[in-house]
Design a protein around this ligand. Structure first.
Ligand code: SF4
Length: 298
């Protein structure tokens, strides 16, 4: 899976209206993602467009060359309200960003026309843009989420074969925090049978605390129909002993059995309490320096 092709394309729109999510618009400068995460929900969009949701998604990357210009025009047009999520169907800091810099150019457009922004990534490349994030944060809310479902490098290599290892993501988190950017951890996805144990979750939360995360949110694995087939094929190849229990857990559809989900919620809440992560729907840092000292001392 080392080889990827990059196809330049042009886009007509950059901002996509989103319903039923905690944000109002999504931005995806690339289509496809070379991180190759086996559970990636964005594979579903690929499947629905009748594209190859496997190697095709992982290795045939479309690069929306005019993305930032289109975004700038949209942002400066009739007033748009709400918040933006950058990187909902692709990692905006995947390898291609090093060359094409579409995410950086998008941030430049947002600095000129600010809207509240959240970014999800697995890459420390985002530290390159700390200057723009700080400038935008001076005018509106900015939150960066590092997606870390487990800190076990062996598990990460198997389920996210070409994503930066968890230690690199934590380093990115620490450096962004040092640059004054509001950044935290999305414990996502929590993989039943693989990264849902108390020990595994505590290791992520402890690492988040140690690297100065100012918020932390969990997400349990969600399996849309095509992704479910893809992920179960991966389990069959790599963790065959888990397959039947996972099928049973997801018999109702895309979400895990609600009793299991409630158990995981309770586990996470206990751990968040232990490491003093709160819940602040205002989008402000949830965990101050004093809390950090307290939790590291405990
Ligand atoms: S980094 Fe995100 S978008 Fe890319 S493959 Fe992994 S889950 Fe999907």
């Amino acid at each position: 899976m080392a080889f990827a092709s990059y196809t330049p394309i042009t886009c007509k729109t950059a901002m996509t209206r989103v319903q039923g999510m905690p944000f109002d618009w999504s931005l995806n400068p690339y289509r496809g993602c070379t991180a190759g995460c086996t559970y990636c929900y964005a594979r579903e969009y690929h499947a629905k467009m009748r594209r190859d949701l496997g190697r095709g998604f992982d290795s045939q990357i479309e690069v929306k060359l005019n993305f930032a210009e289109v975004l700038r025009a949209e942002l400066s047009g009739p007033k748009r309200s709400g918040s933006i999520a950058l990187g909902t169907a692709t990692d905006p800091y995947q390898a291609a960003e090093g060359r094409y810099r579409l995410t950086r150019k998008s941030l430049e457009a947002l600095v000129e026309h600010p809207m509240p922004l959240s970014i999800v990534t697995k890459s420390a490349m985002i530290v390159r843009d700390a200057d723009l994030l700080a400038r935008l944060a001076a005018r509106t809310s900015v939150r960066v989420y590092f997606s870390i479902g487990s800190v076990d490098p062996d598990l990460a290599r198997r389920v996210e074969p070409l994503a930066p290892p968890p230690a690199k993501r934590l380093e990115g988190l620490r450096r962004l925090r040092q640059a004054g950017v509001s950044a935290g951890v999305l414990v996502a996805p929590i993989l039943p049978g693989l990264s849902d144990s108390e020990e595994s979750l505590e290791a992520v939360i402890l690492a988040a605390a140690a690297n100065d995360a100012c918020f932390l949110h969990p997400r349990l694995l969600k399996l849309d129909p095509h992704v479910k087939d893809y992920y179960f094929a991966f389990l069959l190849a790599e963790f065959p002993a888990l397959l039947e229990s996972q099928r049973a857990l997801y018999t109702r559809g895309q979400h895990a059995d609600p009793r299991y989900a409630a158990d995981i919620d309770r586990r996470i809440e206990r751990l968040k309490l232990r490491y003093r992560f709160g819940d602040d729907p205002r989008g402000e840092p949830e965990r101050g320096p004093e809390q950090m000292r307290l939790s590291l001392a405990s």
